[in-house]
Write a protein that binds this ligand. Structure first.
Ligand code: BTN
Length: 266
């Protein structure tokens, strides 16, 4: 059997992480998995030590130094009704923030829709992000590729710049190094537990709401669905994962995608 840095994950799962691939260097694990989706079973995970063309949200690049970040993409084949498609981003984020809390005791949160952030000494640091690529046919979610990049063991001096928030790593915020495979084993186990609940039609929305740092904050939203930035108060999220923003005139707008700036930044 071939071994690689992620071949021993110490999982308690029946599908997620049971098939893995590892690339020391690749363009993008999300891209690779999309190309190989037909022959890859549900639960396949692709890991990389380095990505030369890592993809972030809204067409951005995702760049990290070699072998220090957890870079992986997880394939799920849910066949859920479309009404549950927003749950994927929610459970991916929840699995990561809960694993951070478990290992480091740090108060990790989610900044809508899927930035992994940690408030520390009055500053909010982005330590990771999630990029989900879904395939929908008619009213079914056929598959989803959940791409997760997490700055685990990146030294402070090597942190890449991020779009809105200062970048942080778990190492820079805690002084603790965690083997990438150990973190992955724990977070994939949590992800499968959430996934199984979704299979039983149990919504993760209440937990996602609790993890979001964005709610009850004054926000500015810019991005693909609106020409002009929107100002308002983030009041809730819905089952689709849309952010509900109350505008100054009282109207509530559901935002599906965009960049959120919290005002004032926490
Ligand atoms: C973001 O915050 O913009 C999301 C970043 C997602 C990056 C991960 S790293 C593994 C996977 N492969 C990619 O090309 N992107 C995702």
């Amino acid at each position: 059997m071939q071994t690689h840095p992620f071949s021993t994950l110490n999982l308690s799962t029946s599908a997620i992480g049971q098939h893995t691939h590892y690339f020391k260097s690749i363009d993008s694990t999300n891209r690779w998995l999309r190309e190989h989706v037909a022959e890859s079973p549900h639960g396949t995970v692709v890991f990389a030590g380095f990505q030369s063309a890592g993809r972030g949200r809204l067409g951005r690049q995702w760049v990290t130094p070699p072998d220090t970040a957890l870079l992986h993409s997880i394939l799920v084949k849910p066949n859920w009704p479309l009404t549950q498609s927003g749950w994927i981003v929610m459970i991916a984020g929840l699995a990561i923030v809960e694993t951070i809390k478990e290992i480091y005791g740090l108060p990790a949160r989610l900044k809508w829709p899927n930035d992994i952030v940690i408030p520390h000494a009055g500053t909010l640091y982005k330590v990771g992000g999630i990029l989900v690529d879904t395939h929908i046919e008619e009213d079914q979610l056929i598959d989803a590729i959940i791409g997760i990049g997490l700055n685990l063991n990146i030294p402070k001096a090597s942190l890449p710049p991020t779009a809105h928030l200062p970048a942080g790593s778990l190492l820079s915020l805690s002084d603790k190094e965690t083997p990438l495979a150990e973190f992955a084993g724990r977070s994939l186990t949590r992800l499968e537990a959430y996934y199984e609940r979704c299979n039983r039609r149990l919504s993760p929305l209440a937990s996602y709401r609790n993890a979001l740092i964005t709610l009850n904050q004054a926000v500015t939203i810019s991005g693909p669905s609106q020409d002009e930035p929107i100002w308002g108060q983030a009041v809730d999220v819905d089952e689709w994962g849309r952010l509900l923003v109350q505008l100054n005139d009282g109207e509530i707008k559901a935002i599906a995608a965009g960049d959120v700036t919290l005002r004032p930044v926490v």
